[in-house]
Ligand binder design. Structure first.
Ligand SMILES: *Cc1c(COP(=O)(O)O)cnc(C)c1O
Length: 355
């Protein structure tokens, strides 16, 4: 730390992204990316945008907003695009939290929430998940804090029902409830349909997982006009050109090709069910996942050892050191071939373990 770094950041611990090692080619099942490339339509639109890079990007993302509104059946003033959904989450901490409106989220959830809270100087409370890693909805009824819930949750993959989400939203009319739907397309129910009914609901989604565009950095938030306006104020006070023109174009192209996304989703969901079945045959406990990953543990090997042994064999998965979840690993669902490589390696690691 230099002597110039503001003391307000002296205790800030930044988010640790999943590793992207360059030493060899891995079967990469550690950061929940899609195993499939972006839609050809998205690639074509992005290529067309290259020749106009001398111009600033459209700060209102007009074409992209129009297309999304058509697909999601919402109004143009009910959506804001950002540089990944991490950015809109950061904006939400800036816009809707402060000393009088602390943040609240589960103890086991997306690791960026406490980082954003620290960065923005917002007090926060972490509510423990139940023993079975589910969220106890009652903990959030009338909490009078700004609520952040990932649905499905990360890294557990467990989803809440829409009626449970609605209970949380309706019981906190004086606070914003942010539902982070990064993984919603893989089988959970979206809360987008509730935004017309509740002025305190912000739903965030991303192109990083279901639309195969993690590297493009595109996310968005959907909520009532007033909430979106507040977020727009923060955006225009931070970086009006937060989404670049290639990404705006690619994002529009992806929405023109929803059939491609749907087909990939079906494949990934089928591969997830296949992987769960095979892991259970190998003695794993697998939490019920509605995401493009599974969270699993095996009684004969520690989470850390399995992670390390797999890495040595060229398969990357994600291990977290946090006490409550360190027996587990998070495994991204890839192609059937990738999952078979994973399973074959796990099988031989377990065999060695049992010698
Ligand atoms: C991946 C992820 C995000 C955001 O990803 P972006 O790439 O910034 O859109 C947000 N929330 C959760 C829970 C995630 O797993």
């Amino acid at each position: 730390m230099s002597k110039f770094f503001s003391s307000k950041y002296s205790t800030l611990t930044p988010y640790t992204p999943g590793e992207q090692p360059k030493d060899m080619k891995y079967v990469k099942l550690n950061t929940n990316e899609s195993p499939f490339p972006p839609s050809p339509k998205a690639q074509q639109r992005a290529a067309e945008a290259l020749g106009k890079l001398q111009l600033y990007s459209d700060p209102d993302c007009t074409g992209l907003v129009n297309k999304l509104c058509e697909v999601y059946n919402i109004g143009k003033d009910e959506v804001l695009f950002t540089n990944g959904s991490d950015e809109i989450l950061n904006f939400a901490f800036m816009a809707f939290c402060d000393k009088n409106n602390p943040a609240v989220f589960p103890d086991i959830t997306y690791g960026f929430y406490p980082v954003f809270a620290e960065l923005t100087g917002v007090p926060y409370e972490e509510i423990p998940l139940k023993e079975d890693y589910t969220i106890d909805v009652n903990d959030y009824i009338g909490v009078n804090k700004t609520v952040f819930i990932a649905n499905p949750n990360a890294p557990t993959g467990i989803a809440l029902s829409l009626s449970d989400i609605e209970k949380i939203v309706s019981s906190n009319p004086d606070n914003v409830v942010v539902i982070d739907e990064a993984y919603v397309d893989f089988g959970a129910e979206s809360a987008v349909k509730l935004i017309k009914k509740y002025d305190n609901l912000l739903v965030t989604q991303t192109y990083s997982k279901s639309r195969s565009m993690a590297g493009a950095r595109l996310g968005f938030g959907i909520g009532c006009r007033e909430l979106i306006n507040d977020l727009i104020t923060v955006k225009y006070s931070t970086n009006p050109y937060n989404v670049n023109s290639m990404t705006i174009a690619a994002g529009t192209g992806a929405l023109e090709d929803e059939a491609y996304t749907k087909a990939n989703l079906q494949t990934i969901i089928a591969n997830r069910e296949y992987t769960v079945e095979k892991l259970e045959e190998l003695g794993f406990t697998v939490l019920p996942s509605k995401a493009n990953f599974v969270f699993a543990k095996q009684p004969d090997i520690s989470g850390e050892k399995l992670y390390k042994e797999l890495k040595a064999r060229g398969v990357l998965i994600r291990h977290f050191t946090k006490e409550r979840i360190r027996d587990y690993n998070r495994i991204t669902i890839g192609t059937r071939e990738q999952m078979d490589i994973l399973l074959k390696n796990i099988q031989s690691i377990l065999k060695e373990e049992q010698l």
